[in-house]
Design a protein around this ligand. Structure first.
Ligand code: GDP
Ligand code: MG
Length: 368
């Protein structure tokens, strides 16, 4: 492989690099390209020890830089990030992880500003992370949210981190999950993950949190709000937001409708009845109620062991999702396979080979 090709296969997109996986030790990069990536990437690189020590004493600058490190797609950074994570692993897992979802404009950021500020006033340390895989706006979306979480972002007990820019859902997932670990190691006892309520990102967030809240608007059919039955089935609680001013009446009506609807659905968490309530992020209403709900949820699910079981399942699911993605990358990124595909595809389409035999032949390329 020529140098030029080599660089080309190391696409900046982490998830689709040839060998790129967080669970693997990756090839180093040549010193010339390492230098290059240092200048193009703004990540400030400390030693592993500096990252670990900084995160553990909750040095916010280091914490932010450690997250930037895990968000990097450079194989060298990924390797270092894994070393850091390995050393803080024993300090992770002690928070309650809350997912908040809903259509754009439903008031998630405003709600989190209010909820987060309340939690801080109760002596908690709150980290807010965002997932927005559909966004290629990268840093643009953050600014919008930061202004909406103005008070919270100034609160010394809060840490807000915007969505990692662009990339595949697999990449964003790894980055968010690992950011959760870093925040937990820094002593944040409440982690909030905000996501827009569309498609796969909801299932992804559900797979990394303990408690999942769906925000919806008063009135209007589900279709109007872009919410599918599937989203309701993932939720441990449904809040009808913006229940203020002229909306109060219709919010209460919507609440009753959802209460009836969830009655016929399987609960998202075994042994927990999905709760429906109204709130207003703007007027700080329903905030304390939600927190009491979460405390109750934690108590019940810890007693029944569901809490712990879910966490274990989530970890295993994560690892095997990584394995799958890694295998896929190995297959599609393999140059032997790539060459062979032309020949096999042709034979297949000419009816000279069965589909099953085609698979066997193709896999020979990576089994060697
Ligand atoms: N009336 C009312 N408006 C709200 C409330 N929460 C948010 N908004 C408004 O709805 C818009 C979208 O809010 P935002 O928090 O950015 O929603 P997000 O896209 O879900 O994060 C903004 O103009 C907010 O001022 C609320 O509780 N009541
Ligand atoms: Mg938002």
């Amino acid at each position: 492989m020529t140098k030029k090709q080599k660089i080309k296969t190391r696409k900046p997109e982490w998830a689709s690099t040839e060998k790129g996986f967080a669970t693997k030790v990756l090839d180093g990069v040549s010193s010339s390209s390492a230098k290059k990536s240092k200048t193009t990437n703004k990540t400030k690189i400390h030693s592993v020890k500096d990252y670990v020590d900084g995160v553990l004493i909750d040095n916010r600058t280091i914490l932010a830089q450690a997250i930037t490190l895990i968000e990097s797609n450079s194989p060298k950074h990924i390797e270092k990030a894994q070393e850091v994570l390995g050393k803080i692993l024993h300090k992770t897992g002690k928070s309650i992880r809350i997912g908040i979802t809903g259509a754009p404009g439903v008031g998630k950021s405003t709600f989190i500003e209010s909820f987060g500020t309340y939690l801080c006033s109760q002596g908690h340390k709150v980290a807010v992370l965002a997932i927005d895989p559909s966004s290629s706006r990268s840093r643009g979306s953050i600014l919008g949210d930061k202004t909406r979480m103005e008070n919270l972002s100034r609160n010394p007990n809060a840490f807000i981190r915007p969505s990692p820019s662009g990339g595949t859902l697999g990449g964003v997932t790894r980055k968010t999950r690992e950011s959760i670990m870093l925040c937990e190691a820094a002593g944040f006892d409440i982690i909030i993950v905000e996501t827009i309520g569309v498609g796969q990102s909801e299932i992804t967030v559900r797979s990394m949190v303990d408690f999942y809240l769906l925000l919806i608007l008063p009135g209007g059919g589900d279709e109007l709000q872009g919410i599918k039955k599937g989203a309701v089935e993932l939720a441990d609680a449904i809040a009808i937001n913006k229940a203020d001013g002229d909306n109060i009446k219709s919010a209460n009506l919507t609440k009753e409708q959802y209460k009836q609807a969830v009655h016929y659905l399987l609960p998202a968490t075994e042994g927990w009845e999905t709760q429906v309530f109204t709130c207003s992020g703007l007027n700080d209403q329903g905030i304390e109620q939600l927190w009491n709900l979460i405390i109750d949820f934690e108590k019940k699910t810890k007693k029944s062991d569901i809490f712990d079981l879910r966490r274990k399942e989530q970890t295993l699911d994560w690892v095997y999702a990584l394995v799958e993605e890694s295998l896929k990358n190995r297959f599609y990124g393999n140059s032997k396979v790539e060459k062979k595909r032309i020949e096999i595809d042709k034979k297949l389409l000419e009816g000279k080979i069965t589909p099953t035999n085609a698979v066997t032949e193709l896999l020979k390329g990576i089994n060697k």
